[in-house]
Ligand binder design. Structure first.
Ligand code: TYD
Length: 150
């Protein structure tokens, strides 16, 4: 398991391979645990936006989109869920089941979030402000661009 992602110039767009689970530094003492995410260390982007999700009913499926430019780190700060990723050529499923784990994702990768356990809270740290034009919401459009390297 990788412990960090560094080097802006090295970002590979449109492939699953750079997407990986990063083990975040965890500072443990008698009061509990504290995990840290720092730009330039655990992630290779500046965090321009954070959002979180909670209250997902059983059977919820979220995501169902891809991003043109956005990079992100996804953390299950409580509970567990799975992220199915697809670069148009192959697919992979990542499990987030501990708050010390973050899934780092590069652009041009389709994702679906599934199998949320009750009470799950997911946190997204992302590289861009909200911009609907950065989204692929249509899988066929994503597939066409991903496969042509757009
Ligand atoms: P959506 O993209 O459907 O969430 P998911 O990641 O599960 O696919 O977003 C749900 C709604 O929230 C949608 O109307 C867009 C809006 N939204 C914002 O206004 N700002 C944000 O930063 C995000 C992530 C979503």
């Amino acid at each position: 398991m990788s412990s960090s992602v560094n080097g802006d110039a090295d970002v590979v767009v449109g492939r699953i391979e750079p997407c990986r689970v990063v083990e975040l530094p965890e500072i443990v003492d008698a009061r509990g645990s504290l995990c840290v995410v720092e730009s330039g260390k655990e992630i290779d982007f500046d965090v321009k936006r954070a959002y979180y999700m909670f209250g997902m009913p059983p059977g919820t499926r979220r995501g169902g989109h891809g991003h043109r430019r956005l990079r992100q780190l996804i953390i299950a700060v409580h509970g567990r869920f799975e992220v199915k990723v697809d670069d148009g050529f192959s697919t992979r499923t990542f499990v987030l089941d501990h708050p010390r784990l973050g899934l780092y994702m590069t652009p041009m990768v389709w994702r679906d979030m599934v199998d949320f356990t009750p009470g799950t809270v997911g946190l997204w740290l992302v590289s861009e402000p909200y911009d609907e034009s950065d989204y692929y919401r249509d899988y066929d459009e994503f597939l066409r661009d991903a496969r042509s390297g757009a």
